[in-house]
Design a protein. Structure first.
Length: 120
């Protein structure tokens, strides 16, 4: 009986530790979410205002678009250049990496780079 209680306590402690580490938010996680929302909103606005394209094969297979796939489609239509898409994706990846490392300064710099690449 004591062994079962001990094992239950160990299991609860492990679950708590896993939930804490999974829920960890770095120093600029909120800013990353804010900038990602701005990027998504700008891409959506550009998509609504710009020319339309034919529906892709992936779209007909019940797949949801991702910010990256939307950006790639925008680049093909000429709203964003392939270089802008590449720069934005790289900057957001740097921001997330810096956030995981706890480097707020590097994270903020990367977010600024992403916003600059996206333009007004």
């Amino acid at each position: 009986m004591r062994r079962k209680a001990h094992l239950l306590g160990v299991a609860c402690a492990a679950a708590l530790a896993a939930s804490v580490s999974a829920g960890y938010a770095g120093p600029c996680s909120k800013d990353i979410h804010r900038v990602q929302a701005q990027i998504d909103a700008k891409l959506e606005a550009k998509a609504k205002a710009g020319p339309s394209a034919r529906e892709s094969t992936a779209a007909t297979m019940n797949r949801q678009p991702t910010p990256a796939s939307i950006a790639a489609a925008e680049a093909k239509l000429g709203d964003l250049s392939p270089q802008q898409v590449k720069t934005i994706k790289a900057a957001m990846a740097r921001a997330r990496k810096a956030d995981r490392a706890g480097d707020e300064s590097a994270c903020q710099k990367a977010l600024a780079d992403a916003q600059t690449a996206l333009g007004p």
